[in-house]
Design a protein around this ligand. Structure first.
Ligand code: BG6
Length: 368
């Protein structure tokens, strides 16, 4: 059942190319238009949306943070992301023109379900991104986009996350299509890039030995930092969460630019700092992150840099370089999270923890 792997989690990490490919499969109708799985909202209603609010918990929330960048970029509709347990207690401003998007692997998370109910009472439409057919959240929603990760047994989500991120891109493109902010050929271009991702995820997995060696070297550290900007920021948060959940290590993810406003005080000589470097592009994002790497390294951090193949600008400042296949900034989370998942899994294994059943955690939390 674990297919030769020691843990379900490790097996699920290695299933990610297929899980993402399955999630992307068969999304176009006979008119070459993107479709959701179940839609009980009219096109007119979708066109009138003036705000998207994403609600989710844990890893799914981090997938939502990635989604915000894609949805705003492709649709030009403002998008907020909120922890589900905070949502209904702050009197959120939602109305029939708000599209609430929930992300939940299980479809049973109580905090997320309560957010759905609250949103619908206010007249908002709800789209559920979910991995479990017929679970409560999709049943109570106005539209559903199923991820096709297959059953996820490991409590710490891995393929759940990657398929949620993939589904968020699909939803962003779908909304852009409905609203006319992206046209067929542009959508096809992004879809082609998305469809190339499973093979690239496989390439990252094929290079896993380097990550295992790193875990061997670092598993007795006390604390680890993760830095990213733009969509690399949620990747940093998720990388830190994985270490907390299964390795019980203190880990924090920060927006790299925020370092100098406080967190850099944490940096001690020898402290591992993972940095996700965005692809080289027209904006200054890439160069800013390189500066951030220099800043922590000047304070003695051991820098572990996740960076695209061919980008040698980081070399002077990277103690360890983990190479990622080239892709666009927006899609890079699908690649960048994979070494961080593997790192957490291996560190937890070396520390002798039960990776699949971490202490104090449940796969699905059905109480608020
Ligand atoms: C937590 C799980 O309890 O719930 C996390 O341990 C998960 O792994 C979170 O991300 C949200 O779960 P779901 O099913 O709503 O995606």
């Amino acid at each position: 059942e674990k297919g030769g792997f020691d843990w379900f989690m490790r097996k699920e990490i290695f299933e990610q190319p297929k899980a993402v490919a399955d999630t992307l499969l068969g999304r176009f109708d006979e008119n070459h238009r993107l479709t959701l799985d179940e839609v009980r909202i009219s096109e007119t209603e979708l066109k009138s949306i003036d705000k998207v609010v994403i609600v989710a918990c844990g890893t799914a929330y981090y997938a939502g943070l990635v989604a915000k960048y894609a949805i705003e970029h492709w649709t030009r509709v403002p998008c907020e992301v909120e922890i589900a347990s905070e949502f209904r207690y702050r009197d959120p401003i939602i109305d029939p023109r708000t599209l609430v998007v929930t992300i939940s692997q299980s479809g049973e998370t109580a905090d997320t379900l309560m957010a759905v109910r609250h949103a619908r009472v206010q007249g908002a439409k709800v789209v559920a991104i979910c991995n479990t057919n017929g679970s409560t959240i999709p049943r109570e929603s106005d539209a559903v986009l199923y991820t096709h990760a297959g059953p996820e047994i490991g409590v710490a989500s891995t393929k759940g996350f990657l398929t949620q991120v993939a589904a968020c891109y699909l939803l962003g493109l779908f909304l852009a299509q409905v609203r006319g902010t992206k046209f067929g050929d542009e959508i096809a271009t992004v879809m082609t890039e998305l469809e190339s991702m499973p093979a690239k995820i496989q390439q990252v997995l094929d290079a896993s030995q380097q990550v295992l060696d790193l875990a061997e070297e670092l598993h007795s550290v006390r604390s680890v930092l993760f830095l990213g900007r733009h969509v690399g920021y949620p990747v940093a948060l998720e990388g830190a969460l994985k270490l907390k959940e299964i390795a019980y290590l203190h880990a924090e993810g920060f927006p790299a630019g925020e370092l100098k406003h406080g967190p850099i005080a944490l940096v001690e000589p020898g402290m591992p700092v993972f940095v996700i470097v965005p692809p080289r592009g027209r904006d200054q994002l890439h160069d800013k992150v390189i500066s951030n790497i220099q800043e922590v390294r000047a304070r003695g951090a051991r820098t572990i840099v996740l960076v695209e193949e061919g980008d040698d600008e980081v070399n002077p400042y990277a103690d360890v370089t983990l190479r990622l296949p080239q892709t666009s900034t927006l899609l890079q989370p699908l690649l960048a999270i994979v070494p961080l998942q593997l790192f957490a899994c291996e560190v937890a294994t070396l520390l002798g923890h039960d990776v699949d059943q971490p202490r104090n955690l449940a796969k699905s939390v059905t109480v608020e």
